[in-house]
Design a protein around this ligand. Structure first.
Ligand SMILES: C[S@@+](CC[C@H](N)C(=O)[O-])C[C@H]1O[C@@H](n2cnc3c(N)ncnc32)[C@H](O)[C@@H]1O
Ligand code: SF4
Ligand code: SF4
Length: 430
């Protein structure tokens, strides 16, 4: 009997539920490397079910497209994966499309995410003149991206349309920032950035306009100069507001369309009620876009960089997020939302990940890379995952086709999050 079970491990299983199709062989042939992670964060109980074959609990619903013989168009469907018996199965009872549900499945597409991003967020530098207490960049090696590496990005990313020069440093401190902006512009690629607003000299303002930088947001954590300096030392809020005013005035006086100026920042329990006042002041000083505010990032990987005396602020992250959502309406009619701005400028950037209809997932429609050129799954993951994902060394189409990269996207898209995502709001919102 032992020998029999080794040859045929399901020998003692009960018969499958009638009508359920075993798609394991088809899946292995077409998507063998796309497999739910063995180790992942807990999933919502309502997205797990009992395996129709081995009757064990814990079968994971996956969002896919399926087709039947003679049918060219694939239909959105659910396929389950059972970690206990490692089968992929199709249960007609849970399918929305009744016509497909009643026929034998002969085609599967499990690559339902955004095929070819056109938006790259890459960190030009990790150096900064500020010491914000919550910034993980202050604990990272301090480096500026090399120009040769930067130039290579454009050959390696043929579909690139927009480059956000943003990371855990101050972009305007990169000694060749405007050369980088001009290289992008000459390739027909738009440039966006986020700045701490401390470097708006007359030269920088002129260069921002002449280099046609499309969008620049400034981080403002408070309307009170002392509170601002407390989270963003040695930030001088009045000087930053005056810089924003001078940029807007220079741009408009000289007839430039860009940069459009946005507002963003980080809020805490003791500052979140200032959000309507921050919006009002931003608008008064010449800002045009509401990029959005975030609470303190509660990702487990960020916690070691927070000072002990600030960690109590983590307890209010959920309340702060809810208040930000409510107060954000104060921007309506004054500042354009970042999504309206991107739609108007035809910038394909969606932070939210694509919903797959089963549960919140995460497949960013953009690529995030560190100053080293290493692509990571998102801007909150600071550890390189694979040397094969380096944008300075490898063309993006090659990286996107890498089995580990595809498998990462497959899992994130399906809301199967690796342990490194613990604390992320996308995981927490379930
Ligand atoms: C990392 S900064 C880099 C760009 C620029 N130096 C700046 O400060 O705007 C980008 C944004 O992330 C926010 N941020 C950085 N670390 C954070 C954290 N641990 N939690 C929440 N927001 C954070 C900052 O407030 C800022 O708005
Ligand atoms: S200004 Fe930006 S990069 Fe600099 S320390 Fe603050 S958050 Fe970090
Ligand atoms: S779920 Fe993970 S990959 Fe997605 S945004 Fe959150 S931390 Fe990043």
């Amino acid at each position: 009997m032992k020998r029999l079970r080794k040859l045929w491990p399901f020998a003692r299983e009960k018969a499958p539920t009638p009508g359920v199709q075993d798609l394991t062989a088809l899946w292995q042939r077409t998507h063998g490397h796309l497999k739910p992670l063995e180790e992942h964060l807990p999933m919502p109980p309502d997205s797990l079910s009992t395996c129709s074959f081995c009757k064990q609990p814990g079968a994971i619903a996956l969002s896919v497209q399926v087709g039947t013989d003679g049918r060219e168009t694939l239909t959105d469907a659910v396929v389950h994966y059972c970690p206990a018996c490692q089968r992929y199965f199709f249960d007609p009872a849970v399918q929305a499309n009744r016509e497909v549900a009643s026929q034998p499945i002969s085609k599967i597409n499990a690559r339902c995410w955004f095929a070819m991003p056109t938006f790259l967020n890459i960190e030009p530098t990790t150096c900064c003149n500020f010491r914000c207490w919550y910034c993980i960049g202050r604990t990272m090696p301090q480096v500026n991206m090399k120009l040769d590496d930067y130039r290579r990005i454009f050959d390696h990313f043929p579909a690139l349309q927009t480059i956000a020069l943003v990371g855990e440093g101050e972009p305007l401190l990169h000694p060749d920032f405007f050369l980088m902006a001009d290289i992008a512009r000459d390739r027909g690629v738009r440039v966006m950035l986020t700045s701490n607003g401390s470097r708006f000299s007359d030269d920088v303002i002129r260069n921002l306009c002449e280099s046609a930088v499309t969008y620049l947001s400034v981080s403002i954590d408070s309307v009170d100069p002392a509170t601002f300096a407390d989270s963003r030392p040695p930030g001088n809020l009045d000087e930053i507001w005056r810089g924003v005013e001078r940029l807007r005035s220079y741009r408009d006086r000289h007839g430039y369309r860009y940069p459009v100026i946005g507002l963003k920042g980080t809020l805490f329990a003791h500052t979140v009620d200032q959000l309507p006042a921050i919006i009002e002041e931003g608008w008064r000083r010449g800002m045009e876009v509401y990029e959005g505010f975030q609470p303190l990032n509660p990702m487990v990987t960020y916690l070691p960089c927070y000072p002990e005396d600030k960690k109590a602020l983590l307890a209010s992250v959920g309340d702060v997020a809810a208040k930000i959502a409510g107060y954000s309406r104060a921007a309506e009619g004054k500042l354009e939302s970042i999504s309206q701005f991107c739609a108007r400028e035809r910038i394909e950037f969606d932070k939210s990940g694509r919903p797959n209809g089963l549960r919140p997932g995460c497949d960013e429609q953009w690529i995030y890379a560190l100053a080293s050129g290493d692509i990571t799954p998102c801007c909150m993951i600071k550890e390189p995952v694979s040397p094969r994902w380096n944008l300075f060394q490898h063309p993006l189409p090659e990286i996107l086709a890498d089995p580990l990269y595809e498998s990462t996207r497959f899992n994130l898209f399906n809301g199967i999050f690796p342990p490194g995502c613990a604390g992320c709001y996308k995981v927490g919102c379930r």
